[in-house]
Design a protein. Structure first.
Length: 296
């Protein structure tokens, strides 16, 4: 049992293919919600969301190949995460939940809802889930490097001490200005190994496989457009390094021609790809989750 922010988090596991999935639960007497993190993230990305949703029974797995689930074997890919999420529901005895996804996790959420609309009747997609097919002949590895290069570079880095590791993230342009218990807990959960060779827990093969699906898998890219996928898309005003060019903008979202009755979309101002999950922006994500629970 650990604390992250003000909400009390409990660790549990669920049986999945090849082992057990690590899950962080913020227990509540209210309705269940499952939250899926980004490509190099972990379950504690949602600690601030748990604080913003008192009473909600929130479960956030460490996805296969990350943090407490790093030892789970391949094959990787977004379909594997969907299967793990369904296995988690079965283990918990839950028929249906609202599904929240951030970044890559939003693509997993959309794919899960497309495949299992009866289990995931509402989704909240946060700065992810809406993809754009690459031109024919695109080198997916090169495209992945271009999109999340700094995050991937971190996976090959080592740190002499936990203090050095935390200092690295304090200098991160998207996270450093929002430093506090939520961010510190989130980045610390990813740290593994022994000094002086501490490193990220993320499995590079998992990141590559998942990234390839996000960028080029036809079923993944079509998922958000399926009629059974209902909810809301929220996107951050700024990018992964707090740069003005974000993953989405109004023009690209409009060009995607999402059905506004089924999947309305809106921007969260004054936030970037990471800080959208931390105060104060997380309050808007929490409001979208409450709306999804009311509609579901």
């Amino acid at each position: 049992m650990t604390t992250s922010g003000s909400a009390l988090a409990r660790d549990l596991t669920a049986p999945v293919r090849g082992g057990r999935l690590a899950v962080t639960r913020w227990p509540g007497d209210g309705p269940p919600v499952v939250a899926l993190h980004g490509i190099t993230a972990n379950s504690l990305a949602f600690a601030a969301l748990a604080d913003a949703l008192p009473g909600v029974d929130l479960h956030a797995p460490d996805l296969r190949g990350r943090a407490g689930s790093a030892e789970l074997p391949g094959p990787y890919g977004l379909g594997a995460h969907v299967d793990d999420t369904v296995a988690l529901l079965d283990h918990l005895g839950l028929e249906r939940v609202v599904l929240v996804g951030h970044s890559m996790g939003a693509f997993v959420a959309a794919l899960a809802a497309a495949r299992h609309p009866d289990r995931f009747p509402r989704v909240v997609l946060v700065d992810g889930g809406l993809g754009f097919p690459p031109p024919g002949g695109t080198d997916i590895d090169a495209l992945l490097k271009a999109v999340i290069g700094p995050a991937m570079d971190r996976l090959s880095m080592t740190f002499a001490s936990a203090e050095d590791y935390l200092a690295f993230f304090r200098a991160h342009p998207a996270l450093g200005p929002h430093w506090g218990p939520h961010v510190a807990g989130y980045v610390t959960r990813d740290l593994t190994g022994r000094a002086p060779e501490l490193r990220s827990s993320c499995v590079l093969d998992a990141v590559r496989a998942d990234g390839a699906d996000v960028l080029g898998d036809a079923e993944t890219l079509a998922a958000v457009h399926q009629p059974g996928v209902r909810g809301e898309l929220l996107w951050a005003e700024r990018g992964l390094l707090d740069e003005p060019r974000a993953l989405y903008d109004a023009g690209r979202v409009a060009a995607a021609a999402l059905d506004p009755a089924r999947m309305p979309a809106r921007r969260i101002d004054g936030t970037n790809h990471y800080s959208v999950l931390f105060p104060p922006a997380v309050e808007e994500v929490a409001a979208a989750v409450r709306d999804a629970l009311a509609e579901g």
